[in-house]
Design a protein around this ligand. Structure first.
Ligand code: AMP
Length: 513
């Protein structure tokens, strides 16, 4: 059941196929990739003395070594702890210590910043700088054959972004990730040997999880050279490599489609662009489909059941003639084939179609729990169901529409207001580039609605126009009471808008009366 078997198998079955590229440059074939992973495993097991189940942290930007390290760790029966490269070294220190990682790999800039802190981390036996001569020693060990692992052994500790409180380590097992892999082929894409997985978003997150299907079929893996998402580079790499599969946050899809439209580039090198991880607005997906064609698939998931709650397929995104086409493409699709999904009221009752409640998930993709945190685990998993904290409703055909995370919902004058609904309306204004709606404390109403708006370059957007648009589309009480035009929305490394940051900005001001 060890995930390492994916590479063991590929190295035997297609040894000469090109496996890994950095930009346009070939790094190694499958034989060499398997050999490197086995040597890294030998180094970790023998030279560092790590026993199966121990943790190895990866504090790295997107570099080609990411893949050989993942598999080296799994060959040795260890647990990978990928850390978001945009975190502050002190935040990384918290994760390394919480996970009890014994070895840390870091890219040069991050390794420099981390080095003084490792003195305060007695559990860390080695900090290795990836890309330095120092790193070469990992290839020096005798190759280790992939160790046996059981389905419920841990493979990946996935740290949540921790927008509320400290990040928590989501325990993902070999079974969880193998089931996710099965869902890829049933619900997402028909990945094939001629395909190319392009890593354009952080490998520490969803993009890294996109490696499994392509390892299984012996496709190519291409790590983009720029550390931040650069649409021009991504379009160029897709034209060179062809048959590209790529995971992207919705904000990246928007930038990609805008680039393709403005430059007139040919998007035919993209086979599948998988988007998810945050809301995709209706106007944005319609634009992307118009400009780039039918190359998109959506997934909805969370670290606790990675990539696997629902999917909106390529076929559904192309089904223009369906009477409820627009509602469908504004939804997150239908439950994936290996999970069960429910929408429930606070008292645990299943809600009928059209009624909004919390989304619950059960299946072999759901995490084992949070690392060393039984209280948080008991809150998140009850009677075998994962409580996602997301609100949504089903339609009659089983399409799930996400409202917002329960913590983002605004309660004003006793009414529930879902920011997403207002954001969709404001985006209809041609001058609006991006928007995010949050609640601000109000002495009489509890909360009031505030919209942060980013205008398109050269466009002007007035509060009166936006208000008129809202009056045309939504109930009066949902209209924002204030509009703030700002330069850019605060975003995480994964391209998600940080609503917490926007709320903090408002909290620092005097409460509204
Ligand atoms: P993370 O665990 O960091 O991947 O964040 C997961 C959260 O992102 C989910 O609980 C949702 O709130 C949000 N999310 C994920 N996929 C989607 C999607 N397709 N549409 C809207 N929100 C999403």
């Amino acid at each position: 059941m060890n995930l390492a078997q994916l590479l063991v198998r590929a190295a035997r079955l297609f040894p000469d196929r090109p496996a890994l590229f950095h930009g346009e440059d070939l790094i190694c074939d499958y034989r060499q990739l398997g050999e490197r992973a086995a040597r890294i495993a030998g180094y970790l097991a023998r030279d560092c003395g790590l026993e199966p189940g121990e943790r190895v942290a990866l504090f790295m930007g997107n570099v080609p070594e990411y893949l050989e390290l993942f598999y080296g760790i799994w060959y040795a029966g260890l647990v990978a702890v990928p850390i978001n490269a945009k975190l502050h070294p002190r935040e990384a220190q918290y994760i390394i210590e919480d996970a009890g990682a014994a070895v840390v790999f870091a890219t040069p800039d991050l390794a420099c910043a981390l080095q003084p802190l490792t003195a305060q981390m007695p559990a860390v036996r080695q900090l290795l700088c990836v890309g330095n001569a120092d790193y070469e020693q990992v290839y020096g060990g005798r190759p280790l054959a992939a160790r046996d692992r059981l389905a419920d052994d841990l493979a990946w500790l996935f740290y949540t972004s921790g927008t509320t409180g400290r990040p928590k380590g989501v325990m993902l097992t070999h079974r969880n990730l193998r089931t996710m892999l099965a869902c890829h082929f049933t619900d997402v894409a028909d990945s094939a040997p001629e395909d190319c997985a392009l890593y354009a978003a952080p490998i520490s997150h969803g993009a890294g999880m996109g490696n499994f299907p392509h390892m299984l079929v012996g496709g190519r893996h291409v790590v983009a050279r720029s550390s931040n998402f650069d649409p021009a580079e991504i379009v160029r790499l897709a034209a060179v490599h062809r048959n590209v599969f790529m995971f992207a946050a919705p904000t990246m899809v928007k930038r990609l489609a805008e680039h393709v439209e403005a430059s007139g580039a040919d998007p035919s090198g993209f086979k599948t662009v998988l988007y998810g991880g945050g809301p995709m607005y209706l106007e944005d997906i319609r634009h992307a489909l118009r400009v780039m064609g039918n190359r998109f698939v959506q997934i909805y998931g969370q670290g606790e059941t990675p990539m696997t709650i629902t999917a909106l397929s390529r076929r559904q995104l192309a089904d223009h003639r369906h009477p409820r086409y627009l509602e469908r493409i504004a939804s997150v699709g239908v439950a994936q084939s290996m999970v069960e999904v429910r929408v429930t009221a606070e008292d645990g009752r299943d809600l009928p179609e059209g009624e909004v409640g919390e989304i619950l998930v059960r299946g072999d993709t759901v995490m084992q729990g949070y690392w060393n945190n039984p209280e948080a685990t008991d809150k998140a998993i009850r009677n075998g169901w994962l409580y996602t904290g997301d609100m949504g409703c089903f339609d009659a055909d089983g399409f799930l529409t996400l409202k917002d995370r329960s913590k983002d919902m605004i309660i004003s004058g006793g009414s529930n207001i879902y920011p997403r609904e207002i954001e969709e309306v404001l985006l209809l204004h041609p001058g609006v580039h991006e928007v995010s709606v949050v609640g601000r404390k109000h002495v009489d109403w509890g909360e009031e609605v505030v919209a942060f708006v980013v205008a398109r370059p050269g466009a002007s957007v007035s509060a009166a126009e936006l208000d008129a648009l809202c009056l045309d589309h939504i109930a009066r009480f949902k209209r924002p009471k204030h509009y703030r035009v700002i330069e850019a929305l605060p975003k995480s490394n994964y391209g998600k808008v940080l609503k917490t940051r926007l709320r903090e900005m408002l909290d620092q001001e005097a409460p509204a009366t």
